[in-house]
Design a binder for this molecule. Structure first.
Ligand code: FAD
Ligand code: SF4
Ligand code: SF4
Length: 493
């Protein structure tokens, strides 16, 4: 169980005293307030983030609502176990540079997590004042602290004090790979990151839309990492442009953080009609277009929702991103088909609320049976579902209601049914790279795969997960790689 650190108590002698109670514990007087949320009508017109910045006084006031729990459940349920009460208190006191240092000590990208973590399921959902007073706005304060740090030049490149000769190859420039890169580079290792994309960030750049995470927030990290001496080898697909074997020869250890990109499909009649597209193709096209790239699939209209009736199939966060992107592209109508009800959907309730405000229509308890159309998709034939008793895992089972079929008309159908791992042992020509039955990489407690000196983490180990978990894996794997190179590679020389 996490308890407040001795160092924090030493630096904050008033902790637990009446003086602290005076400064903090404001939740009894002060209502929860997020930064201003732009009006839905305005949000529909552009891809800008939906929340404005906190003003300094508002951030400080909201931070002061924290009751400074002795056992902070917010931290326990944060995958990074961030010292949340500590940086809230420092923010309440206006000590923002120190707040940033505490926050950055456990999180490689606090400003990104502050924006896109599903806080309602993690830190804020477990804040003890949530029940009667509404939680402390932890994510918004975290974002505010690090955005302020960037504005003030407190965020520095990962330049090491001493250069070490050994090198580490990192496959994948998503949050997992970048978290490894930053941590190892600060310790002096030579770090080389390989990615098949032309930009750094993985799904932070090409999956997650701007209205959740503006790309400048990711790009500024990339440029700082380069300033700190991390080498990026872009447009370099491992298994195609360079083999894993060659990289193992070149580097003293390897980290695989290549994510999961195999879109799940639905085997129903009509699936091959034009106008039915996988979610990530649609989102990547939109993100590239917003980044100013030439995108023929968008220019031709194939992956542009403008003027179309759009149906998105799925109930996760990727589905929410597709729905809200279609709204912003000027779709004539946007409908979500999901086979369970709202209470049983996997996506964050906050995202559903944003989508509803922006005009998305939800057809709950509706499962696709077929796509209909002539030379292109014209509708999705769906059937109503009934929610039954929970299975052994506690999840309510669904069954189709006979005779309840209906057709939801559409010109663009987007499949957002989740992702599986690609065949990595096949792609890399390394049959010894052991995988689970889901195709994700098997790793030990030390993050090492079946290949000695080859480590892995993030989605390629967990399956489709969250950015904050990818960061956690990256940081933990970096510690293991550091120990491996020191104890095994250097000792053998
Ligand atoms: P990735 O981010 O997928 O990065 C993997 C990198 O590896 C990519 O850059 C890829 O190009 C590269 N790569 C793959 N194969 C190769 C190869 N052979 N050679 C070289 N490079 C390769 N999480 C949240 O916490 N909040 C959200 O709001 C959220 N929204 C999401 C929205 C969408 C549409 C999607 C798809 C996911 C979302 N997620 C969200 C999940 C989150 O993005 C992932 O969990 C996270 O990015 C995983 O990080 P990663 O580093 O493991 O993989
Ligand atoms: Fe909450 Fe995510 Fe920040 Fe942890 S990293 S405190 S879960 S927003
Ligand atoms: Fe503060 Fe809530 Fe965390 Fe308690 S659980 S320390 S009140 S943020």
């Amino acid at each position: 169980m996490l308890r407040r650190s001795a160092a924090f108590r030493a630096a904050n002698p008033c902790a637990g005293t009446a003086e602290m109670a005076e400064r903090m514990l404001q939740f009894v007087r002060l209502q929860q307030a997020q930064p201003e949320k732009r009006k839905a009508g305005q949000r529909r017109e552009d891809f800008g983030e939906i929340y404005r910045e906190f003003a300094a006084e508002a951030a400080s006031a909201q931070a002061s609502r924290c009751s400074q729990c002795g056992v902070p459940f917010c931290s326990v349920h944060c995958p990074l176990n961030n010292d949340i009460p500590d940086w809230l208190k420092l923010t309440a006191e206006g000590r923002l540079e120190e707040a940033y240092e505490v926050s950055a000590a456990t999180n490689t990208f606090p400003e990104i997590c502050g924006r896109i973590c599903p806080q309602d399921r993690l830190c804020e959902g477990n804040c003890v004042i949530e029940k009667d007073f509404s939680s402390v706005t932890i994510g918004s304060v975290e974002k505010y602290i690090t955005d302020t740090a960037w504005q003030n030049g407190w965020v520095t490149p990962p330049t090491p004090r001493v250069e070490l000769p050994h090198s580490i190859g990192i496959l994948g420039a998503g949050p997992a790979g970048l978290a490894v890169a930053e941590r190892l580079r600060r310790r002096g290792w030579q770090v080389h990151v390989y990615d098949r994309y032309d930009r750094v960030g993985g799904l932070l750049i090409y999956g997650i839309p701007n209205f959740k995470l503006e790309k400048e927030v990711v790009l500024r990290r990339w440029h700082q990492f380069e300033q700190g001496g991390i080498h990026f080898h872009l447009n370099c697909a491992v298994g195609v442009d360079v083999s894993l074997a060659a990289l193992r020869e070149k580097h003293d250890a390897i980290f695989i953080g290549t994510g999961v990109y195999q879109a799940r499909d639905i085997a129903v009649p009509g699936s091959s009609l034009p106008g039915i597209v996988p979610a990530l193709d649609y989102l990547t096209t939109s993100n590239r277009q917003n980044l100013g790239d030439a995108v023929p699939a968008f220019d031709s209209g194939a992956l542009d929702a403008k003027g179309k009736r759009v149906v998105v199939i799925g109930g996760g966060d990727t589905a929410m991103d597709c729905l809200r992107t279609a709204v912003r592209q000027g779709a004539a109508s946007v409908t979500c088909l999901y086979r369970r009800d709202k209470a049983n959907m996997p996506g964050s309730m906050r995202e559903v609320a944003h989508a509803e405000e922006e005009g998305v229509r939800f057809e709950w308890l509706a499962a696709p049976e077929a796509f209909v159309g002539g030379d292109k998709v014209e509708g999705v034939r769906a059937v109503r579902m009934h929610l039954g008793l929970p299975d052994a895992g506690g999840r309510q089972q669904v069954s189709a209601i006979a005779g309840s079929g209906f057709v939801e008309p559409c010109d663009l159908a987007i499949k957002a049914l989740g992702f599986d791992a690609e065949d990595l042992p096949g792609m890399f020509g390394e049959p010894a790279l052991a995988v689970t039955k889901w195709g994700t990489l098997k790793v030990g407690k030390d993050f090492q795969t079946a290949l000695p000196g080859v480590f892995a983490g993030g989605d390629i180990v967990r399956g489709a997960s969250l950015v904050v978990w990818a960061i956690r894996d990256g940081r933990d794997a970096a510690d293991q790689i550091d120990a491996f190179v020191r104890n095994r590679v250097m000792a053998a020389e």
